[in-house]
Write a protein that binds this ligand. Structure first.
Ligand SMILES: [Zn+2]
Length: 261
């Protein structure tokens, strides 16, 4: 139970406020906080009082999900695809990604920062509304730009970056982020995990170096398949690879399973 203030919500703007915003049993919004959400078109959702299902399944070994490690990549708006590759150009699918309809494109770009460059950075398709470049913190040191950790899509006020193709250069004014870890799930998976879109999971790795990810945002969509997305730095620190399995041991900050010693 908590009193949620506008100050608290403002502080959370940086990492992204989920929509709908989850409220636990007994949580109260101050009038200013309620206005704050309303003005941004963010709805609220009440969570069940106790994540009983999760607690029970955690006892019986826990719910697990596969890991997907995202290397640095670029999402482009249709206009920016044309700016980099020519009028009327569309991306060429190279291979499918774990999320339905998403693909790694044949096309790559070079990222150019004030301190250095990173060549051969994969573009992911299809093109989307706003261009976004996702790098690791380590990549940031190579480039000499240090973006914040943001949920994908939340790019307001983020730094820009220059992209270079074999044909053209394009200066993005904003859109460079270190992606916040998150899990994709279908509505069926969400029911199994007893979570709703915007919830946060506590995730434990099962390898030689047990690591807890304390705030993994849940994204629910009928098109999504279960996949826990982390970047290269997170994967390396936790000794994780794509296809490894991790265990969910808590929801919205509350542990529901035991932490392995
Ligand atoms: Zn993802």
């Amino acid at each position: 139970m908590a009193l949620i203030t506008e100050t608290y919500l403002r502080a959370r703007l940086v990492s992204g406020i989920p929509n709908p915003f989850p409220l636990s049993e007994g949580d109260k919004l101050t009038p200013a906080a309620a206005d704050f959400l309303k003005n941004r078109g963010i709805a609220t959702t009440r969570l069940a009082s106790d994540p009983v299902h999760l607690r029970e399944s955690a006892k019986s070994g826990g719910l697990t999900m596969p890991v997907g490690v995202s290397n640095r990549h670029v999402h482009l708006s249709p206009e920016h695809v044309e700016a980099l590759f020519g009028p009327g150009y569309s991306l060429t699918p190279l291979r499918e990604l774990s999320q339905k309809g998403q693909f790694a494109a044949k096309e790559t770009v070079t990222l150019v920062g004030p301190k250095g460059i990173i060549p051969h950075v994969r573009i992911l398709g299809p093109s989307r509304g706003a261009s976004q470049v996702e790098i690791s913190r380590t990549d940031g040191f190579t480039l000499g730009i240090h973006p914040e950790v943001r949920l994908s899509g939340n790019i307001e006020g983020t730094p820009g970056i220059t992209l270079v193709s074999e044909k053209a250069a394009l200066v993005l004014q904003q859109g460079l982020i270190v992606a916040k870890n998150h899990v994709h799930m279908s509505p069926d998976d969400a029911e199994r995990f007893q979570v709703v879109n915007g919830d946060s999971l506590i995730v434990q790795t099962l390898g030689d170096r047990p690591v807890l990810f304390a705030d993994v945002i849940v994204r629910v969509n009928p098109k999504f398949s279960l996949d826990f997305h982390i970047d290269n730095d997170e994967a390396n620190a936790a000794y994780l690879r794509t296809g490894d399995v991790v265990r969910v041991i808590g929801i919205n900050g509350e542990l529901t399973g035991s932490v392995r010693g």
